[in-house]
Design a protein around this ligand. Structure first.
Ligand code: BV8
Ligand code: ZN
Length: 245
């Protein structure tokens, strides 16, 4: 895949860059995506799992699903896409990394300014007293653990469908999308809102918007460049091209 001279020029001169990542950025680490062929949703239905009512109806099923995902995440490492974003952050004066991923891999790779729109699977909190519980032993327990302060059910600190995004986080992401010179949309099917509105906001204000994804999405026909391919291959090539500037 050749990187366009326009993109290299835009990134070399950019004062402000905003990046939105989705499950496709963690795919090459071995973390299953949601909507791909072997995605998580092919086995489960989102409405059955990623929403509060599903949790109350069947806490064990939802907790088991998150325990499985936490186990996978514990065993994987960041991949070249994560590391390329760490490099990019060091080259751009104002760099904002907005992620829909809850796997914490951007932080493990060394990214600094991360906005986690959908929370983080490594944290849990009590549905009754909201006390956080980070030291959840990763046992194969089927039943969700209970809060040691009040005995309430613990839930993963992720944003479920129908739930508000963390206070202020989306607003910061919106600000970054509205002032960036270049917006990179990486490894996301761009179907979940309000995250998927960020590239549209960037387009609206005249940013140079580039999508890197393994398949075309609703965004592909609207962005300046839609690059088809593995983000773990293309992003390091982009960094290399910038270094030869
Ligand atoms: C909200 C939980 C306000 C955490 C998730 C009708 C129309 C529009 C919107 C709505 C609607 N009805 C309801 C809504 C709102 C709803 C929504 O957007 N629904 C959509 C699905 C229709 N949104 C919400 O409910 C949000 N909250 O709106 O609050 C509000 C409040 C109260 C009342 C009303 C409104 C909350 C959204 C958060 C939902 N939580 N998950 C978890 O368990 O992880 S969403 C879930 O999808 C994940 O969080 C994930 O982050 C997110 C997005 O998925 P992607 O990251 O894009 O992953 P996906 O598999 O889809 O795509 C991966 C892509 O990568 C693929 O295209 C693949 O080809 C590509 N790829 C794979 N490998 C590679 C690759 N590309 C490059 N290289 C590779 N190697
Ligand atoms: Zn409690």
């Amino acid at each position: 895949m050749t990187i366009s001279a326009t993109l290299i020029a835009r990134l070399s001169n950019a004062q402000s860059v905003c990046v939105l990542t989705g499950a496709g950025v963690s795919a090459e680490s071995g973390v299953p995506t949601f909507r791909g062929a072997d995605g998580l949703w092919s086995k489960f239905k989102p409405e059955e799992l990623a929403n509060f009512n599903a949790f109350i109806r069947n806490p064990a099923l939802v907790w088991e699903w998150y325990s499985y995902r936490k186990k996978v995440i514990k065993e994987v490492q960041p991949n070249p896409a994560h590391y390329a974003l760490v490099e990019l952050e060091q080259r751009i004066p104002n760099f904002t990394l907005v992620t829909q991923n809850v796997d914490g891999l951007h932080r493990r790779a060394g990214s600094k300014h991360i906005l986690e729109l959908h929370g983080n699977i490594e944290r849990s909190y009590c549905i009754d007293c909201s006390a956080f519980a980070n030291d959840i032993v990763l046992d194969e327990s089927k039943e969700p653990p209970h809060c040691k302060h009040c005995g309430g059910l613990l839930r993963p600190d992720v944003v479920w469908f129908g739930e508000m995004l963390p206070e202020g986080v989306f607003e910061q992401a919106l600000g970054a999308a509205r002032r960036c010179d270049v917006f990179l949309c990486l490894g996301t099917s761009a179907v979940v809102y309000p995250a998927a509105s960020l590239p549209l906001e960037a387009l609206e204000q005249g940013a140079y918007v580039v999508e890197i994804n393994q398949e075309y999405t609703d965004l592909s026909s609207r962005v300046q460049e839609a690059m088809l391919g593995k983000v773990g291959i293309i992003l390091p090539q982009l960094i290399q091209a910038l270094q030869h500037q």
